[in-house]
Design a protein around this ligand. Structure first.
Ligand code: SF4
Length: 64
């Protein structure tokens, strides 16, 4: 199982991760991502895309 981790000082709340992976990420009232659960195998491709596309390089996919 993998989980998305956000580097909070780097994140600029642009919400691209939510657009790519709405199954796992929602946005709070300020537009910052809230990771709601683990990345299941069927979502791994989208999660990797979210990591690649984050303009701030603020996302990581970690085990556990
Ligand atoms: S795409 Fe990156 S910068 Fe944008 S909200 Fe998600 S983690 Fe933050």
């Amino acid at each position: 199982m993998r989980t998305l981790k956000v580097d909070w000082p780097a994140c600029r709340a642009r919400g691209l991760c939510f657009e790519v992976l709405p199954e796992v990420v929602r946005l709070d009232d300020w537009g910052y991502p809230v990771v709601e659960g683990p990345v299941t195998d069927d979502l791994l491709g989208s999660a990797r895309e979210a990591v690649r596309m984050c303009p701030q390089l603020a996302l990581r996919l970690v085990k556990g």
